[in-house]
Structure formats: structure tokens, C-alpha cells
Design a protein around this ligand. Structure first.
Ligand SMILES: C[S@@+](CC[C@H](N)C(=O)[O-])C[C@H]1O[C@@H](n2cnc3c(N)ncnc32)[C@H](O)[C@@H]1O
Length: 277
């Protein structure tokens, strides 16, 4: 059976992720979403959530499982899901400024409460180069970056999407192997790329053996999956048993004025056949 992909029309349920994210797919939605939208499903899983650009863009399924090994990220999304912590975090953001000195202060801060922990994650994400919270460097640009006055609103925009969603901070394998609750499970997976400067972007290393583990688990799964990767011979070889689609999109790498976005050659890999209308 072929799934028919059509030109991307953003869903009415689309909201913007409150997080900026290294390797985030916000700028690639036009290219990725047709592969997701064409598959009817009542259960959705995203084992490598990051900022969750795809989850926040799509129609919400009946059952949703979101996961990232990065505990800071999942703690942050759990805080937005809860109305008390969401309101408290938004209130803290309302009084914030985005300056180099405040960035240095927050970076040095040792959180004493769960709320301070998520505050630190969110503040550094919004003001650091490429949203990197691991060894963050100042990366906010006046006029180009979203100002502190809108950071609270982002939390409220994202909250309805997170209602009733299950959030985990586990290795991806556990998410792929969880028993289904829905009739049709669709997974979107966006692992760290094969060739990437991961030490900088993520705290958890993703090794060659992890790439192999992932490909073996996906080869065996009964669920439908859509995977995005860098287009390189190693990945093509690991997935020579699946459907490979060559795609290309522009990346927003940072906020330096005058710097153009990078062009990336990527792969979409599926275990279902997609035909473009
Ligand atoms: C490319 S990013 C995902 C970006 C996301 N799609 C977005 O649009 O923002 C990859 C994510 O995989 C997570 N990760 C790394 N190793 C993992 C593992 N073994 N299991 C689950 N998540 C992992 C990283 O913490 C990172 O957030």
C-alpha cells in the first residue's frame, strides 16, 4: 500500500515549540510533515524529542509518547504541562532581560528548587547560541531573537498540546519497544546525525553502536516509522532495507546578523511507501 503525500499545509493545531534546539526541525517542517501527515494513526511516538518541532506542528493523536534522554528537556516539558509550574515559570520570564551579563549570571546559577532548574534551562535555551544548553555561549540577537516579553506566551501556546501526553527520559530503545495502545502506531525519529559535532550540542553521546542499535530495532518493529538523518553513505548502508527519500532544506544555525542559513542534504527513511502527488 502506498501513502500519498501532498504539499504541506500546516495543521490548525500547529504551535511553535517554546524551545530553540540544536538540530531542531522547525525549518524542515515543509519537507518532513508530508511524510507524517499522510499516515493515519491513533498513536504517535517521538523517541528523540529535543524541542519537538514535529510534535508541536502535527495534529495530535489519541495516544502520544514523547521522550528524550536529556532530562533537562523532559523536566522542562513536564513543567509546562502542569498549570501551576507553567504559570510560575511564565511569571519569572516576564521580569527577565536578555543581556550578556544576565546570561552569565544564570549560567553560573546553582538551582535550589525544581522551578529554578526549569527557569535556568529555559532562560539559557532562549539566549544561547543555537539554543544549546550544554556549555551555553551567549547567542541572543536584538531584533532577531524572540524577546523575553514573548517567552511566557510560548509556554501557554504549547501547553494544550502537552495535555494527556506521556513524557519519558529513557533510551530510545525502550520507547520503540513499548506495547501499543492504539491500533496504528507512527513513530517519528530524529536521532543525532551520524556526522555531527554532538559533544557541543548534546550532553549524551550517540555512538556508531547506537546508530546500529537504532537501525536494528527499526528493522524489527511492527510500527510504522519515519526517520530523518544526514544523507551519508553510512546511513544509506544501515537502512538499505528501507525506503530512502533524498531531501534538502535550509538550516538556521545561529543568530549572527548577515549569516545565511546552511543548506543540508538529508534523508527521510520510512518502512512504508510514500508517493508524492
Ligand atoms: C536532533 S535532536 C532532536 C531535535 C528535534 N527533532 C527538534 O526538532 O527539536 C536529537 C535528540 O536526541 C536525544 N538523544 C540522544 N541520545 C539519545 C538516546 N539514546 N535516547 C533518546 N534520546 C537521545 C538528544 O538529547 C537530542 O535531544
Amino acid at each position: 500500500m502506498d501513502y500519498i503525500a501532498t504539499t504541506y499545509i500546516p495543521s490548525k493545531q500547529k504551535v511553535k515549540s517554546p524551545l530553540r534546539y540544536p538540530g531542531g526541525k522547525f525549518y524542515a517542517l515543509k519537507h518532513i510533515m508530508p511524510y507524517i501527515d499522510c499516515v493515519p494513526h491513533d498513536e504517535y511516538r517521538e523517541p528523540f524529542l529535543g524541542g519537538g518541532s514535529v510534535f508541536f506542528a502535527k495534529e495530535k493523536a489519541q495516544y502520544n509518547i514523547l521522550n528524550d534522554l536529556e532530562t533537562d528537556i523532559i523536566r522542562f516539558f513536564n513543567a509546562i504541562k502542569n498549570s501551576d509550574t507553567r504559570i510560575a515559570l511564565a511569571a519569572l520570564m516576564n521580569n527577565e532581560v536578555a543581556t550578556r551579563s544576565r546570561h552569565a549570571e544564570v549560567k553560573a546559577m546553582v538551582p535550589k528548587t525544581p522551578l529554578q532548574e526549569v527557569f535556568k534551562t529555559y532562560y539559557l535555551n532562549r539566549t544561547s547560541y543555537s539554543g544549546i544548553i550544554n556549555m551555553p555561549a551567549w547567542g541572543y540577537a536584538d531584533g532577531k531573537s524572540a524577546p523575553p516579553s514573548s517567552w511566557g506566551k510560548f509556554l501557554f501556546d504549547a501547553a494544550p498540546k502537552l495535555e494527556g501526553v506521556d513524557l519519558f527520559s529513557l533510551d530510545f530503545m525502550e520507547i520503540i519497544k513499548m506495547p501499543a495502545r492504539g491500533k496504528t502506531v507512527l513513530m517519528y525519529l530524529d536521532p543525532p546525525y551520524y556526522h555531527t559535532d554532538q559533544k557541543r550540542a548534546y550532553t549524551k553521546p550517540f555512538t556508531v553502536s547506537d546508530h546500529i542499535r537504532l537501525s536494528e530495532a527499526l528493522k524489527q518493529t511492527d510500527f510504522l516509522f519515519c526517520l530523518s538523518y544526514d544523507n551519508c553513505p553510512e546511513v544509506r548502508e544501515l537502512y538499505n532495507w528501507a525506503n530512502l527519500y533524498d531531501v534538502s532544506w535550509l538550516y538556521n544555525t545561529d543568530n549572527k546578523p548577515g549569516q545565511s542559513r546552511k543548506h543540508g542534504n538529508e534523508l527521510i527513511i520510512t518502512n512504508y511507501s510514500v508517493v508524492h502527488k
